[in-house]
Design a protein around this ligand. Structure first.
Ligand code: ZN
Length: 222
């Protein structure tokens, strides 16, 4: 009995962290080395977190608040929420630190939805992402600095579904028809005014299929 309980206590958190890491990992995912420097996750004050959640509610964003989690290896999801609907549903999101979630919701509402109307002549009905939290290094490298994804402070956007049935992906649209190119570049430019770091297909090969937004160091727009 005692042994079984010990087993569960030991392994349940580890399994949970592996599953979560898979959500946003994709091909960029890499093993985090065993020996890690101590990372200081930036934290919000209680007042800042309350204000951030109030801002989400005021914007009628649907979200679940998440408990603070420390996944080891420097990876954590503190002061985080899971966004469910930002005016349109968003697929594949995990934990996002609240200020990232708030900025993402603003970008979706004030940039993505109007841009779909303007450049594609149809309503945006869904945003597809490749996830937010993932315990990995920058660019999925085996050494180096932890990615902002490892702090639930980054999101990768992959595609947009329109009311007319069209699906515009970063992979094909970035170099696609003129309206899709204009749409995606408008979203990229708008993101650069809102997030700290924005990386797209022009940055490097690892970003051929998504736009990376984070609230870490910056400003950087590429
Ligand atoms: Zn990313």
């Amino acid at each position: 009995m005692f042994v079984r309980r010990g087993f569960r206590v030991l392994w349940v958190p580890l399994i949970a962290s592996v599953m979560l890491a898979g959500c946003g990992g994709g091909s960029e995912r890499a093993r985090i080395p065993e020996k890690e420097p101590i990372y200081e996750t930036p934290r919000l004050s209680e007042r800042e977190l309350r204000q951030c959640m109030a801002d989400l509610r005021a914007a009628e964003v649907k979200y679940d608040p998440l408990p603070d989690r420390n996944f080891g290896g420097g990876c954590s999801a503190m002061d985080s929420v899971k966004l469910l609907d930002v005016g349109v549903p968003v697929a594949n999101l995990g934990a996002m630190q609240c200020p990232l979630a708030r900025t993402f919701a603003q970008w979706a509402f004030y940039a993505a939805m109007p841009a779909a109307r303007k450049f594609l002549g149809s309503e945006l009905v869904k945003i597809e992402t490749m996830g937010s939290y993932a315990c990995r290094n920058v660019n999925g490298a085996s050494t180096g600095r932890l990615s902002e994804h490892a702090f639930a402070n980054a999101v990768d956007v992959a595609a947009f579904i329109l009311a007319d049935g069209r699906r515009v992906t970063v992979t094909s649209g970035w170099h696609g028809s003129s309206d899709e190119r204009a749409f995606l570049r408008a979203l990229h430019q708008s993101a650069c005014k809102r997030f700290q770091t924005v990386l797209g297909p022009d940055y490097n090969r690892a970003h051929y299929d998504h736009l990376h937004f984070d609230m870490g160091r910056g400003p950087y727009c590429r």
